[in-house]
Design a protein around this ligand. Structure first.
Ligand SMILES: [Zn+2]
Length: 118
């Protein structure tokens, strides 16, 4: 028997952590609904070229981290939405219960192992 309440609590915890991380490195573009990286706040705008290169590298690594975290957050939000559905935990193809281990690994899963999404 799936413990929906526990899954929901875990998801909400992970969601809050992800949002905190994302807020440190970027901002939510309210128009597109996408997270985007922002450069670290500049203490000295007239920084020398070496600093600028460092900052650029820093921004690059922030961007790639945001690109990893944002899809994870979206997946969790999707899963939280799915939790409210009557059919949560059931495969959309065969209507059988999805393996609990699979749901734990990916709470947004909508198919059993046999009917894995592409
Ligand atoms: Zn199935």
């Amino acid at each position: 028997m799936l413990d929906k309440k526990k899954i929901k609590e875990d998801l909400e915890k992970e969601r809050d952590l992800l949002i905190e991380d994302l807020k440190e490195m970027g901002r939510l573009n309210t128009e597109s609904g996408e997270w985007e990286a922002v450069p670290e706040a500049m203490d000295f705008p007239e920084a020398d070229p070496n600093d600028m290169a460092d900052r650029f590298e820093d921004f690059e690594s922030r961007s790639s981290l945001v690109n990893v975290l944002a899809p994870r957050l979206n997946n969790i939000l999707k899963a939280l939405k799915g939790l409210n559905r009557e059919s949560f935990g059931l495969c959309v193809v065969c209507k059988n219960e999805i393996e609990p281990a699979r749901l734990e690994a990916n709470p947004a899963a909508t198919t059993c192992k046999e009917h894995l999404e592409n």
